[in-house]
Design a protein around this ligand. Structure first.
Ligand code: NDP
Length: 312
């Protein structure tokens, strides 16, 4: 029996995804009618979704088994009160690989003091700043989910000592794992470079604030490709100005695009990147979409379902 899959993401992504998805559905033997719009919401079985796509009212789609997001972050989707169907977020190997490149690059930037050497004045010969070996630096990850754990492994491969903190305690051969309030203090207190890869939820709001920064090592650096509200911005600026922290790479912000008069833009110790740490990649994400719809059709549990009570 033919199933109807509605693609509700911006029109530009339809052009690239549609042929790819149709080919993959055929390859795995799924009989799918992939459509960009419909007059018959009750006939739709699955929705491929981006929060900036055309469908905003999901109430009429009463027979939808799964809404598969193309985005990793789900805070916007969870604000939509009509979206009550099972929701899967995107866990895309291509996105993880891109995030690992970003994190590794910026870990190296802080590790090697590249910002300092990029800003010295002519004649300022700072030859007292050779970096220690990577094995003598600790990189802590707040959030060791799909992206955090992948990035932590990439950083560990370069020889760094790597710690990770999550809600539920994990065990890993490479990453020393922590959970709970004590574990949080351990990761804060040991990390030379702290990477934030957590979702935006009520529990993670202002996780990095004056109190938690005070628990960090003097001269530590922060890399935030997670979400802007994880950081109390005023507290971070104070910590940078007072030399408590040595630098920050920030990819995500409370307001995006970051307003032109935001102090982060001109702060000498801050590198702003415009929410480009990583993105969903066509080939690998299309395979994830097809896998999950295939699961729905063969009675297997869906992958990457959002836990609405946890907010991610
Ligand atoms: P996951 O859901 O796989 O991982 C989230 C991690 O955060 C998990 O380890 C989780 O713990 C932990 N966590 C969540 N809440 C808490 C809490 N209250 N206390 C302690 N730990 C907590 O997400 P991803 O790894 O896929 O993505 C992480 C975030 O990265 C996304 O939410 C998104 O905001 C951001 N992102 C940014 C992009 C960019 O370009 N800048 C691109 C893609 C994503 P546990 O493992 O126990 O559940």
């Amino acid at each position: 029996m033919t199933k109807t899959v509605l693609f509700s993401a911006p029109a530009a992504s339809w052009e690239s995804y549609a042929p790819f998805l149709k080919n993959l559905f055929d390859k795995v033997g799924l009989n799918i009618n992939l459509v960009q719009d419909t007059n018959n919401p009750l006939n739709v079985d699955y929705i491929i979704y981006a929060p900036n796509g055309p469908v905003q009212d999901f109430a009429p789609y009463k027979n939808v088994k799964l809404i598969q997001s193309l985005w990793a972050g789900v805070e916007t989707a969870l604000q939509n009160k009509t979206l009550t169907q099972p929701l899967a977020r995107m866990v895309d190997p291509g996105m993880s690989a891109g995030m690992a490149d970003y994190v590794l690059g910026h870990v190296m930037r802080h590790h090697l003091g590249m910002a300092l050497h990029g800003s010295v004045q002519p004649g300022e010969w700072r030859n007292d700043t050779a970096a220690p070996l990577a094995c003598n630096r600790t990189v802590g990850f707040l959030g060791i989910g799909a992206l955090g754990m992948y990035c932590a492994h990439a950083v560990a491969k370069q020889g760094f000592n790597v710690l990770g903190w999550s809600r539920n305690l994990k065990s890993d051969d490479v990453v020393k794992c922590y959970a709970g309030a004590d574990g949080f203090a351990q990761v804060l207190g040991q990390s030379d470079i702290l990477v934030l890869l957590m979702p935006d939820t009520p529990e993670t709001l202002n996780l990095i604030n004056a109190d938690t920064i005070a628990q960090m090592k003097d001269g530590a650096a922060i890399i935030n490709p997670g979400r802007g509200p994880l950081i109390d911005d005023a507290a971070l600026l104070v910590a940078l100005d007072s030399d408590k922290l040595s630098g920050a790479t920030l990819d995500v912000f409370r307001i995006e695009p970051l307003p032109a008069d935001d102090p982060y833009w001109t702060h000498p110790k801050v590198l702003v990147t415009p929410h480009i740490a990583s993105e969903t990649r066509l080939e690998t994400s299309a395979a994830v979409v097809v896998e999950n719809i295939g699961r729905g059709e063969t009675g297997k549990p869906f992958l990457h379902l959002v836990d609405r009570s946890a907010g991610y």
